[in-house]
Ligand binder design. Structure first.
Ligand code: MD3
Ligand code: FE
Length: 228
């Protein structure tokens, strides 16, 4: 798995500490800063992405993707499953982390291929206890929201994108704060920590069918968290 840009990024952080390169969001081969959300473009090569996809198929076989209804009764366009000690579910009672999926079983373990990414980029010693998996089919999107269901917001969130590009939008900790957007591409890794951890964010749309990673198109986003 290629994570060479992490090293390039460390050099970049060093240069930034002398304010030499803070004029641009993007530096070739380096990280992108989007309102504090740190994106590492194309961190996973094709093989690493395919391995992860195989591992995610096993997760989805054990705990099938579900299209949840919000407490307000709206069906979400994104389909979701999870791995780890707890996964995210919704029902009439609301949103919550649950130790069991909707078919009653424990969630499968977080695949090693995915844990590896957390260990390389999260900057923390503790492993995540939750791995949420979102599938975006044609027309799916995720409205601007904050991730606040975790017990301690000091822990980072690490996100991995696979398949079709998704237009990511991130603002500040107030819904009305100015937002920045960027296409998240297959193999991109994002780290949400510090001030960005409680930033409003969402996916406006995807470019369905642009990537050939998923045989039938679509986008998968994996987020790793310390939820409890
Ligand atoms: C910024 N997922 O699962 S990933 C989510 O692509 C979620 O499926 C989106 O928002 C997706 O909650 C966006 C990037 C991301 C993930 C978590 C964040 C950005 C974040 C948490 C705080 C701030
Ligand atoms: Fe989120």
């Amino acid at each position: 798995m290629g994570l060479q840009a992490v090293e390039a990024g460390l050099l970049l952080q060093f240069l930034e500490s002398f304010s030499m390169v803070d004029l641009f969001d993007t530096v070739p081969g380096g990280r992108v800063d989007l309102n504090g959300a740190v994106i590492w473009p194309r961190q996973l090569d094709r093989d690493a992405q395919l391995t992860m996809l195989e591992d995610l198929r096993a997760v989805a076989n054990a705990a099938p993707f579900k299209q949840y209804k919000t407490p307000g009764g709206h069906k979400m366009s994104v389909r979701m499953t999870a791995a780890g000690d707890v996964g995210w579910v919704t029902d009439r009672a609301g949103y919550r982390y649950s130790p069991r999926h909707k078919d009653g079983g424990d969630w499968p373990d977080i695949p090693t291929s995915i844990l590896k990414v957390w260990r390389l980029v999260s900057g923390v010693e503790r492993d995540p206890d939750s791995c949420l998996v979102n599938f975006y089919g044609e027309g799916a999107k995720m409205n601007l929201h904050q991730d606040k269901d975790e017990a301690d917001h000091q822990w980072p969130v690490v996100s991995i994108s696979l398949g079709d590009p998704g237009l990511f939008r991130v603002g500040g900790d107030a819904r009305s704060d100015r937002t920045k957007s960027r296409w998240l591409m297959s193999g991109d890794v994002a780290v949400l920590a510090g001030d960005a951890r409680l930033a409003f964010h969402g996916i406006d749309r995807i470019k369905f069918g642009e990537s050939d990673l998923l045989p039938n198109g679509g986008r998968i986003n994996v987020t790793l968290r310390v939820a409890q």
